[in-house]
Design a protein around this ligand. Structure first.
Ligand code: MN
Length: 294
């Protein structure tokens, strides 16, 4: 099943090229969710609601995907996790870039020693929102990544059971301002965590470690990550993160990017594709400073 959020915080089931509005379910699920719950109520409720959502979607009139404004498929993750150096050739390209610039390399293949990092939840946007570049004079890079959406609470999750904790998958861009500041700071700019185009439930992707993705900027092919090249595969990433954190429904996990990372500028369109998921299409734009309150 493909689940999207669209327009003004509506919930949809995507069938073919049509979005079927099941927002009534979202309203009921959210009304029953305790305010202090950790995680996203709708993602947490999916196992119990799935067959009802399918019934509702069949009865709801469809609207073409091209005519809705897609939002992030998760409204309220408790955290956004990200694997930093999880493809060998990307580590190599970043190492070479820093050597050219005369900087000490900080890129190793030791994710187990370096750990993962967190991006701010407030950096999440959906495809319709665009990516506002706050520092257009600095280098802003795209990183195409498979994103795991956690489905249920768990801690110290063993590898063998890791996929039981996955609600589904989407595509993500781990956008980055290059510079000397802490990584998490530079990757948490508003809009620097686009997710989409929707969540594909885990039953449709039995092996997340066998997915081909592509990333184009305008019509130029930049990246072709294949998840068989992940250093820590999806199960190991979940095992590793959950040895430090409790994972909650709706938690988002960027799995790392491959080589071909490169800069974007306002006006560029970024297309990230995966046959098993769909196409995340988003435009880079200029950041508009918020008007100051008097
Ligand atoms: Mn990344």
């Amino acid at each position: 099943m493909r689940i999207c959020r669209f327009d003004n915080d509506r919930l949809g089931v995507v069938i073919g090229d049509m979005v079927h509005d099941v927002s009534a379910a979202q309203t009921e699920i959210r009304a029953a969710a305790p305010y202090d719950m950790k995680g996203d109520a709708v993602i947490a409720a999916l196992p119990a609601w799935r067959s009802r959502l399918e019934e509702m979607a069949k009865k709801a009139p469809g609207k073409p995907v091209s005519q809705v404004r897609l939002l992030s498929p998760v409204a309220r993750p408790s955290k956004v996790m990200a694997a930093p150096t999880n493809y060998t050739k990307h580590i190599q390209e970043m190492r070479e870039k820093r050597e050219r610039e005369g900087q000490a390399s900080r890129y190793t293949a030791k994710i187990g020693e370096d750990g993962i990092f967190l991006k701010a939840n407030s950096a999440i946007v959906g495809p319709s929102e665009g990516i506002p570049l706050r520092f257009p004079d600095r280098r802003n890079d795209h990183e195409a990544e498979l994103v795991v959406i956690i489905g249920k609470e768990g801690s110290d999750i063993p590898r063998a059971r890791a996929l039981d904790y996955v609600a589904g998958y989407c595509l993500g861009l781990d956008m980055t301002v290059r510079g000397k500041e802490d990584r998490s700071f530079r990757k948490s700019v508003d809009g620097y965590a686009p997710l989409g185009p929707w969540m594909v439930t885990a039953d449709e992707i039995p092996d997340p470690n066998n997915l081909q993705m592509t990333l184009h900027v305008n019509d130029e092919l930049r990246q072709q990550p294949h998840t068989r090249d992940l250093i820590y595969d999806v199960q190991r990433l979940i095992e590793f993160a959950s040895s430090f954190y409790t994972l909650y429904p709706g938690d988002v996990y960027f799995t790392g990017t491959a080589e071909g990372v490169g800069p974007v500028k306002p006006g560029d369109w970024i297309y990230t594709r995966c046959d098993a998921i769909g196409e995340l299409k988003i435009q880079v734009r200029a950041h508009q400073a918020a008007s100051q309150a008097a």
